[in-house]
Every structure is written in C-alpha cells, then in structure tokens.
Design a binder for this molecule. Structure first.
Ligand SMILES: CSC[C@H]1O[C@H](OP(=O)(O)O)[C@H](O)[C@@H]1O
Ligand SMILES: Nc1ncnc2[nH]cnc12
Length: 306
C-alpha cells in the first residue's frame, strides 16, 4: 500500500541516517513526503514515522535510499531546508566513523563536541549567499543538551558498546580514505574520530536554527596503526551491521526520552530561536528579491513575501 504524500501536523524532530541506516525499522510509517526546496530535492523522500508516544519524527537517508550520493554530493541544503519547512527544530544525525584512538574500538558510539574541517570547499555550505549575507556562530557545533540525553540512553546498547562524549570529529572530503600520514596528523591535532559527513550538514542546521547532535558509530581504526590493515569498505560494513542494530535500540529509547515534558525546549530548538534573524548583515532593503524568496522558504516569519 502506498503511503500518503502529505502530513498535516508539525514535525519537531528529525533523524538523518547515514551509511548502513537508510531506513528506520520498528516504527509506524505514516507518510512519505517529496519536498522541493529552492536548493533542490532532498537525498531521499522525507519519511514521517510515529514514535511510541505518537509524536511524529522525520527521517532522511543522507546518501539516498540506495546509497547513491557520495559524501561530497549529498544535497545537504535541500535536506536541511526540507526538514525546516515541516517544522523540524532538532536533528539527531547518525554517521559511520573511523576511530583515531585505541580507546574507541569499532562498535563503540561517540557523541562528539567539536569538529575539525578538512573538506575542500567543493560542497555548497551556506543558505546565506546570492543576495544576502549572514554569519552564524559555530564555536560549539553540537547541541550539548541532546548529547547528554543520548549519553543517558547508553544502557540501550548491547554487546558491551559504550558511548564516548566530548570528542573531536575530523571531517574529510573523501571519497578516498586518508593516508597514514594524515591519520597520524589528525591524532596530533587532537582528532578522535573521522568521517566525511558532518559538514556542511551541521553548519546548515545551525543556520536554519535547528539544534543538531551526531551519533557517531565507530567502524574501523582508520589507518594510524602501522601494525594493522588500513580501513576498507568490507570492514566498515561488517561493523555497521552490528552498529545498525544497536542504533535501532538507541533510537527506541531516545524517542521515549526526548518526548518527556522536561525536554520540550530541546525539541523546540529553544537555544537557537531567532538566531538567524540576527545573523543577517545585509540591510533589509538590500536583500535581492531572489534571496528573499529563498529566505521565505526557511524563515517565513521573518521574511514574508510582499
Ligand atoms: C562507507 S565508509 C565512508 C562513509 O561512511 C560515513 O558515512 P555516513 O556519515 O553517512 O555514515 C562517512 O562519513 C563516509 O561518508
Ligand atoms: N576511516 C574513515 N575515514 C573517513 N570516514 C569514515 N567513515 C567510516 N570510517 C571512516
């Protein structure tokens, strides 16, 4: 039976699935939305699921349902804009990562607190361009409160997997993995884990006033260990199979926890409310009509159409 392609309610929370998580099982699926944004179409339909509490949750497969977009090709602006347009104010993103530390073995999870940007400027990375200029703060890229809630659900993980906190995530361009020299350099810089996906996704979420946290799932030791074979896709996918099962357990607990009354501000993105409005430096009269049209899609309250 095909799913409805409209959903009337507001959806406050979204999950972005990465490698090995192209759908979320175990929840009632209530709609599958095809959303067109001024930045194109998202990497997958926006699927609306129902949490056990009945609260709606949106889901997007970052690399597409068949994993057809490379990390550099992911239409991150369309993904984030589509989520914002249905009311999303909090995102929990999943990512398969390499570990740069012995103490983070494959199958452990990490909630990072910092990012080192090693992308190469080839990914469109802002909503504020082409007739409008804006600068949002990004000193602390992840939502700490959501991070704490994720950590509080650690008991949901099976097989002895742990959740590490306060770690630094290196984001590289890819799609090729790092050289050994790069892997060692990132360790010397203080990098703890590495992926190809957190940027620009997290920056765009910040611009769109959406609280963002990432659940990183270790799949390999990258290639800093001279005594071990370097990261390779079969290794990543083998660990991702176990990680995906654990992610499913974690999401079940998280959704129950997040909908509690005490977390209502988190799901409302309260800490970022109106931040974009104050980040824009172009004088209102100077914003081009095309830019205004695009901003209206994200922020209809601040940028109504004349
Ligand atoms: C298949 S290994 C490299 C690939 O895995 C991660 O993807 P995602 O973050 O979407 O789980 C990493 O960022 C790379 O894109
Ligand atoms: N070693 C690695 N480097 C970059 N992205 C990854 N994703 C999973 N493992 C990775």
């Amino acid at each position: 039976m095909s799913l409805p392609d409209t959903y009337d309610g507001t959806v406050g929370l979204a999950i972005i699935g990465g490698t090995g998580i192209s759908r979320l099982d175990g929840f009632k699926t209530v709609a599958s939305l095809t959303i067109t944004t001024p930045w194109g179409t998202p990497s997958s339909p926006v699927v609306i699921l129902e949490a056990p509490s009945g609260a709606p949750v949106a889901f997007i497969a970052r690399h597409g349902v068949n994993h057809q977009y490379t990390p550099s090709e992911v239409p991150a602006r369309a993904n984030i804009a589509a989520l914002r347009s249905i009311g999303v104010r909090a995102i929990i993103a999943f990512s398969a990562v390499g570990s740069l530390r012995e103490e983070i073995p494959p199958r452990d999870f990490v909630v990072p607190s910092q990012i080192i940007d090693r992308t190469k400027g080839v990914r469109p990375a802002t909503f504020f361009e082409g007739g409008v200029v804006g600068h949002v703060g990004f000193s602390d890229p992840f939502d700490a409160q959501i991070g704490r809630i994720i950590k509080s659900c650690e008991g949901a993980l099976v097989g002895g997997s742990k959740i590490h906190e306060g770690k630094t995530l290196v984001c590289m361009e890819g799609p090729q993995f790092s050289t050994r020299a790069e892997s060692k350099l990132y360790r010397a810089w203080g990098g703890d884990i590495i992926n190809m996906s957190v940027l620009p996704e997290s920056k765009l979420a910040r611009e769109a006033e959406i609280a963002y946290a990432m659940i990183c799932m270790a799949t390999d030791y990258d290639c800093f260990r001279d005594d071990a074979p370097p990261v390779n896709v079969p290794e990543v996918l083998a660990h991702m199979k176990a990680n995906a099962t654990n992610a499913q357990h974690l999401v079940g607990h998280l959704l129950e926890e997040l909908v509690k009354e005490e977390h209502v501000d988190v799901l409302a993105g309260a800490t970022l409310k109106e931040s974009a409005k104050w980040a824009i430096t172009t004088s209102p009269a100077g914003i081009s009509p095309e830019a205004k049209q695009r901003l209206n899609f994200l922020f209809p309250d601040y940028f109504p159409l004349d």
